[in-house]
Design a protein around this ligand. Structure first.
Ligand code: NAD
Length: 265
């Protein structure tokens, strides 16, 4: 029997949602009937069109809100604007994230600061801003998009691994503070997902390793992903809407890995 999840009547904010995983999650939330606020820091015509297209395709309310998630005041203003535009914020998905790869001795301080700000501190600010409304309405769902790197480490990713482990810690803390308020807080931990960002790295890797596209994907990128397949943005969206549904009411303070077996190794 097909299971249908309806989030009709819920209002969702997804940070960093004009591409990749965030957009995939926003699409699944809209497909399930939620009103959605998209976000990035660019404020382009394309950004606003994405929201209009989402509204037309799924028959839901959708808007685009510019906010730079590296800035505390922008993070808090994003929630206030979403509440103004959509009438509330019942679902908050903290997805915005960046990466930088370098040995720790050479890791640029400004990259460390940006990764901690965007991948970790932004969630602290949005959660703090969204919780009073969730508590007042007596319902809420917070989903933080961490990573397999929130549970395990890789060399040369000191800031990313630290931020994602921190995000998992924040998730558990918020879950305990909200446990009696019908609000849940969880982290989804993706393995490798073929987003435009990852796709763009394939040609360089082919050159560097003198390998075919297939070999780069299987033996370089998916080296640590036992399924040898990328996870998809739709699968991330599926995990999120399940957590946001009534099925997820008692799931809180935990991590859901969608990583083809990476963290089982
Ligand atoms: P992406 O680059 O396609 O998307 C990142 C999004 O964040 C974009 O919409 C971008 O506009 C936004 N963003 C970046 N800086 C921002 C800022 N300062 N303010 C507002 N928005 C900003 O990347 P993605 O692969 O879809 O990654 C999304 C999330 O999933 C990230 O948190 C990432 O760490 C996590 N993740 C990705 C993978 C993967 O394999 N792609 C694996 C594990 C975790």
């Amino acid at each position: 029997m097909p299971v249908t999840i309806s989030l009709s009547g819920r209002r969702a904010v997804v940070t960093g949602s004009t591409s990749g995983i965030g957009l995939g999650i926003a699409r699944e939330l809209a497909r399930a009937g939620a009103a959605v606020a998209l976000n990035s820091f660019t404020d382009s015509e394309d950004d606003h069109k994405l929201a209009a297209d989402l509204a037309a395709e799924f028959g839901v309310e959708a808007c685009y809100i510019r906010a730079d998630m590296s800035k505390a005041e922008d993070c808090r203003a994003l929630i206030a604007t979403a509440v103004d535009r959509l009438g509330g914020c019942d679902i908050l998905v903290n997805n915005a994230g960046i990466q930088h790869v370098a040995p720790i001795e050479e890791f640029p301080v400004e990259k460390w600061n940006a990764i901690i700000a965007i991948n970790l501190s932004s969630a602290f600010h949005t959660i703090a801003a969204a919780l009073p409304g969730m508590r007042a309405s007596g319902w809420g769902r917070i989903v933080n998009i961490a990573s397999a790197h929130g549970l395990t480490a890789s060399p040369f990713k000191s800031a990313y691994v630290s931020a994602k482990h921190g995000l998992v810690g924040l998730t558990k803390t918020v879950a305990l503070e909200t446990a009696e308020a019908a609000i849940t807080c969880n982290a989804v931990c993706p393995g490798y997902v073929l987003t435009p960002l990852v796709e763009a790295q394939i040609p360089d890797q082919m050159k560097t390793h003198n390998m075919s596209r297939e070999d780069v994907i299987k033996n370089v990128m998916l080296d640590r992903q036992p399924s040898k397949e990328f996870a998809t943005v739709e699968e991330m969206g599926g995990a999120v809407i399940w957590l946001c549904s009534d099925y997820g009411a008692q799931v809180t303070g935990t991590t859901i890995s969608v990583d083809g077996g990476w963290t089982a190794l």
